[in-house]
Design a binder for this molecule. Structure first.
Ligand code: ADP
Ligand code: MG
Length: 825
């Protein structure tokens, strides 16, 4: 063994030990041991793997001179091959399990996505493997992409990117398709024939199974539907049901989506396909936005909205079908819906329940719903070549921009899909791309840069679906939304930095934070799959094959296990479900998290000491916002400042997208922002912005002049109106503080006394948990550092930052939450 390898091995062992200690330290009291054990076991297996691998190599290459670099390459390949085997095995296993149950489309059943090594080895002859490896090394494996595919473009390529700026990728695996790479239909030809929207409908993979599917639905109460993304589950199945008469006698069909954007966009698409106006027969309803009417029989809605439907209609009596879509996403709300719907289905045998999912996890859903049959829609999938970077990239945003240009100048036509983590990142990347394109001018072909994220206004959202003009190339820069919820035609290239934004929750400290974390392998493969929908595609991963193998989790942890549960517990309690410990969860949340949610609701006065809902708790459940926010709204009655508090609540709900800061006017923008500062903190700044905007007559010009985002403000206004409409129901009158901001601050404190921090000699510490935290540099209090403050949320980026902070006095804590805080003697 080479010394370096030994060292690597020792280091791995050390890391493992540290990781285990870390984990031990982090969750000593965590009773949900299963996951920990699972993780520890995986770590152990990883290590065993590594050991075996090193031993192997010693035997095989004992006498062969290999550089360290070559050894590493070999190792990559082996890992990827092993991965392929695992995948294959998993596929076989799944098939086996599947045959035991009722399945339709038997013959052409879709196979789980597979990844295979580029170096396919079939014989175990000695030396064979090495020969193949050498061949591969000489051939495609270490190709610098672009150089081969577009040799003729080389000079142009250099004009666009500096040599040392380009990123080197290695092709290491292939996601296998079930279609010949050559049988690709012309991607946008279909899309361009606008008149034949019905032809497009008929061309979707689900169409040939229409009758079978309807028969299956008719004969089973619960049906799990599995199909590749883009096969037509979301847009077609509700239409089939509509055509089949499931909406007669005023009955409705609900189809849930985990994401707002998906609900809106899909509803718009279906309305167009049916030739009706959005909001008539087809509509959507998402929090703070209801685009439905009496006539709306096909209702696309977020999973959270269907949950709230249970409040007004506990047996969902007006629905004939409930389709829980994108079930594999396992959002908190979807998971809770499962439990509730399973229960309702027992009482309402005529209610049809459909659970639709991408090709993941369907067996789990089936088991949960008492072995409900699985209906597989065979997808169309073309092979996707997967490339990894040779070395880790330090700045993935920059790397993204460079890679997009690299693809643009070296690769044949086809649109690009880039996965980033959120609005800020997406806007930055788009700006950088547009900037570079502008500077390159006519040196490159036209590149259309289109963002898509949750807060994007719908007209902008619609643009991503428009066909790309001939000669140009489209690059869509998206959040996770494009992973499975939206399908964009014409994507041939996927660029995946391998990150996503994830909520995490520490039940020990009760702190929730939003973090950019590596996505899971399942996610990465879904993303790659997006490149193979219309033709053979390529996926460029901005991380190494080693990282894929060793740093990514297999699947994403369900949200229910990494979020606070205050909201959901309040909702379940108001539905009369008291015994939460025995609620029928697909995966139960950690016991501590549940307990903490109960404790927090108790502190907020929503539950009494018997764990029953109080009057105030019932009111809090009426408001479609977090318990702390609703408590703040309720408290505004006591401090006679509901006008102001409504505004603050609305502004907090539109979330960090109030101010904008164009690159060429940074100083102006910052000055404009500082002009809104009021003593007291960020909540009052938000209030100030809104009040001045309202005084301007809600003017867009005013926004433009003050570097404020008009569309965020418009949204805040909508939210505010809706909350105002609910005030009566929770018995809060409309009153104003007349400039007495202490009252506003006290009302806010009544809701957020849980989120307080105190300045100590070593910086800010949260009051209860003694966690070190920092004021976000964007805050108006960043330079003031008051002694006591409360924060709206914690965001973990480089540090644990408090966003939206408000200065408070410690005596207020005793005033608003005497049961929670006690005066020091
Ligand atoms: P699934 O739910 O199985 O992933 P969908 O029903 O969402 O599939 O999509 C089926 C097809 O409908 C997609 O391939 C896409 O071509 C088309 N489609 C969906 N939404 C839109 C939209 N907003 N605009 C244009 N086409 C769309
Ligand atoms: Mg869908």
């Amino acid at each position: 063994l080479e010394r370096s390898d030994k060292k690597a091995y020792e280091e791995a062992q050390k890391r493992l030990k540290m990781a285990e200690e870390d984990r031990k330290a982090m969750v000593p009291e965590l009773r949900k041991k299963s996951r920990r054990e699972y993780l520890a076991k995986r770590e152990r297996e990883k290590l065993e793997d590594l050991e075996a691998e090193l031993a192997d190599e010693e035997v095989l290459f004992g006498d062969v001179e290999l550089s360290r670099h070559e050894r590493r390459e070999l190792k990559y390949k082996r890992r990827v091959r092993d991965l392929a085997r695992e995948y294959r095995a998993a596929g076989e296993q799944e098939k086996l399990e599947a045959t035991n149950r009722y399945h339709m489309p038997k013959e052409t059943r879709g196979q789980p996505a597979r990844t295979v090594d580029v170096v396919e080895e079939e014989s175990g002859a000695p030396g064979e493997e090495q020969r193949r490896w050498e061949e591969a090394r000489l051939g495609a494996a270490s190709l610098k992409f672009g150089a081969r595919d577009a040799a003729s473009q080389e000079p142009k390529y250099q004009l666009v990117l500096e040599e040392d700026e380009t990123i080197e990728f290695v092709r290491a695996a292939q996601l296998q398709g079930d279609q010949e790479p050559t049988s690709a239909p012309a991607p946008s030809a279909q899309a361009q024939q606008k008149e034949s929207i019905q032809a497009v409908r008929r061309s979707l993979p689900v169409f040939p199974f229409r009758e079978e599917l309807l028969t299956a639905i008719a004969s089973h109460q619960v049906l799990i539907i599995e199909g590749e993304t883009g096969s037509g589950k979301t847009t077609q199945i509700p239409q089939y049901l509509f055509e089949e008469g499931y909406t007669k006698k005023g009955m409705k069909i609900a189809c849930t989506q985990p994401r707002r954007v998906a609900a809106m966009s899909v509803a718009a698409r279906v309305a167009r396909e049916m030739g009706v106006k959005l909001g008539n027969e087809v509509g959507y309803s998402i929090r703070f936005e209801d685009c439905t009417s009496e006539r709306t029989v096909l209702r696309y809605m977020t999973d959270g909205m269907l949950l709230r439907e249970f409040l007004s209609e506990p047996d969902l009596a007006s629905y004939s079908v409930v389709m829980v879509d994108e079930a594999h996403e396992r959002t908190l709300h979807t998971d809770i819906l499962f439990g509730l719907i399973k229960d309702v289905a027992r009482f309402r045998p005529e209610l049809k329940v459909l659970v639709a999912s991408a090709t993941l996890d369907t067996a789990r859903f089936s088991t949960f719903f008492d072995d409900a049959p699985v209906f597989r829609i065979p997808g169309r999938r073309f092979p996707v070549d997967i490339f990894y970077t040779k070395a880790p990239e330090a700045d993935y945003l920059e790397a993204c921009v460079v890679s997009v240009l690299q693809i643009h100048v070296t690769q044949p036509p086809g649109d690009i899909l880039v996965f980033l983590t959120g609005q800020e990142e997406i806007e930055a990347a788009c700006e950088m791309l547009q900037d570079r394109c502008r500077r390159l001018g006519s040196k490159i072909r036209e590149l259309l840069v289109l963002p898509i994220y949750a807060n994007l206004p719908s007209d902008m959202q619609a643009r991503i679906f428009q066909p790309t003009p001939p000669g140009a190339r489209k690059v869509v820069v998206a959040t996770n939304i494009a992973e499975t919820s939206l399908t964009i035609e014409g994507i041939i290239y996927v660029l995946d930095p391998g990150f996503c934004k994830q909520k995490s929750y520490n039940p020990r400290t009760g702190m929730e934070s939003l973090t950019v974390t590596p996505c899971s392998k399942a996610s990465a493969n879904q993303r790659a799959g997006r490149a193979g929908r219309v033709a053979a595609g390529k996926c460029f991963r901005l991380y190494t094959a080693w990282a894929y193998q060793h740093e990514l989790e297999e699947t994403t942890v369900p949200e229910i296990q990494r979020t606070s549960l205050g909201n959901v517990v309040l909702l379940l309690k108001s539905l009369g479900i008291h015994d939460l410990m025995h609620f029928d969860f697909l995966d139960p949340p950690p016991y501590e998290t549940l307990l903490l949610a109960l404790e927090q609701l108790y502190a907020l006065g929503a539950l009494n000491h018997l764990g029953e809902l109080t009057t105030s708790g019932r009111k809090m459940a009426e408001l479609p916002v977090d318990p702390m926010l609703s408590k703040m709204i309720l408290a505004s009655e006591k401090y006679s400042c509901s006008e102001e508090i409504l505004t603050v609540a609305a502004m907090l709900s539109v979330n960090n997208s109030i101010f904008y800061r164009p690159k060429d006017k940074v100083v102006h923008a910052d000055n404009a922002r500082v002009n809104f500062f009021l003593p007291g903190g960020d909540h009052l700044v938000l209030l100030n912005v809104y009040t001045q905007w309202a005084e301007s007559g809600y003017s867009s010009q005013w926004c433009y002049e003050n570097f404020v985002q008009f569309r965020s403000m418009r949204r805040a206004r909508d939210v505010r109106e809706q909350l105002e409409g609910l005030l009566e129901r929770v018995e809060v009158g409309l009153t104003s503080c007349q400039g007495d901001y202490v009252r506003v601050r006290k009302a806010i404190t009544s809701g957020y006394f849980y989120h307080t921090a105190r300045l100590t000699r070593s910086g800010y510490r949260t009051v209860k948990q003694q966690q070190t935290v920092f004021i976000h540099p964007n805050s108006s209090l960043f330079e003031q550092q008051p002694r006591w403050l409360l924060y709206h949320e914690l965001v973990l980026t480089t540090k644990e930052f408090m966003r939206q902070v408000l200065e408070i006095e410690s005596s207020w804590l005793l005033e608003v939450a005497p049961h929670y805080y006690k005066a020091k003697e």
